[in-house]
Design a protein around this ligand. Structure first.
Ligand code: MCN
Length: 808
């Protein structure tokens, strides 16, 4: 029996091309005669535009146009609100170019299109912009104080909306509690830093009726819909393709950024291709951020450490506009309770405007926060009651036999009741404990207390709603000339290895040779329908759609081959692209031959002719006595389109543990070990999933110790460069010991759950727990991340662990 390709650990098919420098990123797209754009952006975080003089810039030799808001005509209107909600009472989205008030440093106030970028940058120096500064709001708590300054001058207060959800009867549970703990947990602002920044090239046909847009985006189809509405043209007149894309992590999943309207608009105005490539400073100040949330939490527990209720009122810093409405907070709220039963829950949150860059999902998308809250709360319970950190979790886990597990009253961001479809949290924990060998670690820890390098062990469990809606589709065709299997789908790839994993799914379902499968992604002209790559949905939606389409093709191939070989379809088997009669492998046809025979012009002009002519017709003829013409309603060819739309989220889960060494003299943290037990359902490709998990952990390490976007009180980012915003290198990212557990999802044909974000979710909670543990003899509790070395030294000093305490 041939080895399966589904589930096999295999290298990425795209690596050879990409590693040899044969990728084509948006900046490489060979469009001749493209003009280049730079944007003039507000230097102030909040101000009234009193004057903007573009004439001198317009007069610069080589400049083709300079546009302000007033030049945009009908395009001078708010960008779409993507997720309206009845509780979103004060929605605000920005116009492509600000006209009177600017709300964050980095907001576009003008656009320059020139012969090349150098000229455009020079012309930018000649724009005269006068701004009358207004009070700036950066701090989320301060934004809510009585009489707080306004982020939007035309609004009362700074709250965009408030959503409350409830499970069970939390008030009663708090009344009856043995102990109630109250704590504040905070994760601060960070941002995705893909190696390739955003960028796009727009070109219209000579009549100005059809747009071609190459765009480093995660979402080609939704952007096409948005642009069709903005330009008031049919969707079929817009083709958007995402070429090779060097990372996205959510920041390219947002649409429509102002630039995505302005670049195509300028290309149509000027009847020339127009290109914009974001620079790194712009990426800090104009591409979206995420993360700041402040959670005020109460936990009700029995004397045995069983959590009977959780109350969490939290604040979400949305930045200056809310194109995503209240979605981030909704995602966070939906994860409350994590892997634990917690029968009574109150969760409410407010979206708070600040004069900062807009916040939309970044890998994990609101989930690291709730994981931080739930896991830190459990550790606080353990500490308060003197229970071991593993044991407190066991006392609260949803049982391995309790799935599907419902939280009535709580909904996912898609609006479905939270129902965790499958999982095995006890098993996960046992696997972790076995891998860790706690007795040995505790011994090593005791020895470390004699030194200035303290060992700590931290763990955190997470659950993650993956595969968010609404659907994805795929087309599978066996090319009649070469027998190549071509898989086409609408969603995109920024490094997730879809070309490899989708090929595995198609090859397995079809019985094709893996090497014969080619995958095409992210081009609206090649596949009409789709949503995009975000929310760890590629496997759940996309792979399931490929599986369906490939299954239909396989059924047809067997039916037609049965006609050709004059046997019953049940007597046939498919392997490596060849359909043969069971027990008689010599009697066979290839998938390519069947595809050819399934065309009305089957008698083509090649060497297969004789072989095909010797076989029966693939499609029985209805009227022709002789001759080549077929008369049949059968659709020609071997191809099919499949769609998949899950009925609810699938819930991936995992438990991570870190052994860290904290140097109390320098504040440096070193990961000694990092152990993961991970469950993303049935795994299509373990090597790819390992890469996804480890990549997520790298980002989590960044978010725990290095990557904090530091705003000053005037709304200026103080570290908007890779010199100051420190991304962890391989030297800071731990070697990860990874174990897979597979609890199949019952919600899709492959049993898969998402894997793309899970790695990033628990890391701040794990890191905080490990620092707590390192300093545990000294009574420290970390309830805020990230922490830089100085803060770590302060913690160590305050706890008495640092021999020089008081010196700093
Ligand atoms: N996979 C698998 N078996 C499973 C689940 C997934 O083999 N049970 C494979 C999939 O087939 C796919 C990959 O793992 O090749 C990721 O799948 P999935 O979890 O479905 O996530 P998406 O394809 O929807 O990717 C999005 C996700 C998100 S939301 C972010 S953010 C993210 C991420 O993926 N950004 C990334 N991973 C990234 N990886 C890279 N290199 N670059 C990014 O920008």
């Amino acid at each position: 029996m041939k080895e399966r390709v589904f589930g096999k650990r295999m290298p990425r098919t795209s690596d050879e091309r990409l590693l040899r420098g044969r990728g084509m990123y948006v900046d490489d797209v060979p469009v001749r005669g493209a003009l280049e754009v730079v944007f003039v952006r507000s230097p102030h975080a909040h101000a009234r535009i009193t004057e903007i003089d573009l004439e001198e810039a317009r007069a610069t030799p080589g400049v083709h146009a300079v546009y302000g808001a007033g030049d945009l005509g009908a395009f001078d209107r708010p960008l779409p609100l993507l997720f309206p909600h009845p509780d979103l009472v004060e929605p605000r989205t920005q116009n492509p170019i600000a006209s009177d008030e600017v709300h964050y440093a980095g907001q576009i106030v003008a656009m320059i299109v020139a012969e090349d970028r150098y000229v455009a940058e020079d012309a930018r120096e000649r724009v005269r912009l006068e701004l009358d500064p207004l009070p700036v709001v950066v701090d989320v708590d301060a934004a809510l104080e009585d009489g707080a300054d306004q982020v939007h001058s035309d609004m009362e207060g700074n709250v965009s909306g408030h959503i409350v959800q409830q499970v069970g009867d939390p008030d009663a549970a708090f009344r009856d509690a043995h102990l109630v703990l109250r704590h504040r947990y905070i994760l601060e602002r960070s941002a995705a830093m893909p190696m390739e920044t955003r960028g796009m090239v727009a070109e219209w046909d000579p009549r100005g009726e059809e747009l071609m847009l190459w765009n480093a985006t995660q979402v080609v189809h939704p952007l096409r819909s948005g642009l069709a509405q903005f330009f008031d043209i049919p969707e079929s007149r817009i083709r958007i393709t995402a070429p090779d894309t060097g990372g996205g992590f959510g920041v390219k999943g947002f649409f429509m950024y102002p630039e995505e309207v302005l670049v195509p608009w300028a290309a149509r105005e000027l009847r020339r291709p127009v290109k914009w490539i974001e620079d790194r400073v712009e990426h800090f100040t104009a591409s979206h951020h995420e993360r700041t949330q402040i959670h005020d939490v109460e936990i009700a527990v029995t004397e045995d450490g069983v959590v009977t209720a959780l109350r969490d009122e939290f604040l979400v810093d949305t930045g200056a506009f809310v194109p995503y409405g209240l979605e981030l907070g909704r995602i966070t709220a939906g994860q409350i309770g994590g892997a634990y039963r917690i029968p009574n829950i109150h969760v409410g949150f407010r979206g708070v405007y600040t004069n900062t860059v807009v916040c939309t999902p970044y890998r994990g998308a609101g989930r690291p926060h709730m994981c931080f809250v739930t896991e830190r709360a459990l550790d606080d319970v353990a500490r308060a009651l003197g229970i071991d950190q593993f044991e407190v979790r066991r006392r609260n886990f949803v049982g391995d036999d309790e799935f599907p597990y419902r939280r009535d009253g709580l909904v996912t961001a898609d609006g479905f009741t939270v129902i965790m479809d499958s999982g095995a949290y006890f098993t996960q924990m046992s696997m972790l404990e076995e891998a860790l060998d706690m007795p040995a670690l505790r011994e090593a820890q005791a020895a470390s207390r004699e030194t200035t390098k303290l060992l700590g062990v931290g763990l955190a469990c997470y659950v993650e709603s993956t595969g968010g809606g609404p659907y994805e589709g795929a087309h599978v065709i066996v090319e009649p000339d070469t027998g190549t299997v071509r898989v086409t789908t609408g969603f995109t790839d920024q490094g997730q290895s879809h070309s490899t994993t989708l090929a595995q799914v198609a090859a397995e379902r079809l019985g094709a040779d893996l090497a014969s499968v080619q995958v095409e992604l992210g081009d609206t002209a090649k596949f009409r329908w789709g949503i995009g790559t975000y929310a760890s949905r590629g496997a759940v939606h996309g792979a399931s759609a490929v599986d369906r389409a490939a299954g239909t093709v396989r059924d047809k191939a067997l039916r037609l081959a049965a006609n050709m070989l004059e046997v019953s379809p049940a007597d046939l088997e498919v392997e490596d692209g060849r359909i043969s009669v069971k027990g008689s492998p010599g009697t066979s046809v290839t998938l390519g031959q069947v595809a050819k025979a399934a065309k009305p012009d089957r008698y083509g002009f090649d060497n297969d002719l004789a072989a095909l002519a010797a076989l029966g017709p693939a499609v029985p003829r209805e009227s022709s006595d002789e001759g080549p013409l077929l008369h049949s309603d059968e659709e020609p060819g071997l191809e099919a389109t499949g769609f998949f739309s899950p009925q609810n989220s699938t819930w991936a889960s995992g438990v991570h543990a870190a052994v860290i060494e904290l140097d109390t003299e320098t504040g440096a943290v070193r990961f000694v070990r990092y152990v993961v037990v991970h469950d993303c359902g049935i795994v299509i490709n373990p090597l790819v999933v390992d890469g996804q998990v480890i990549g997520g952990i790298a980002q989590g390490v960044g978010g725990s110790f290095y990557e904090r976007l530091a705003y000053d009180a005037q709304g200026q980012i103080q570290n908007a460069s890779l010199m100051d915003f420190l991304i962890p290198y391989a030297t800071e990212v731990p070697e990860v010991e990874l174990h897979h557990l597979e609890t199949p999802s019952p919600l899709n044909p492959l049993g898969v759950k998402g894997a793309g974000e899970g790695g990033a979710i628990p890391v701040p909670a794990v890191a905080a727990a490990a620092i707590d543990d390192a300093l545990s003899a000294f009574g420290v509790a970390v309830r805020r991340m990230p922490l830089d070395p100085e803060e770590l030294m302060d913690l160590a000093a305050a706890s008495g662990a640092h021999s020089d305490k008081g010196d700093r």
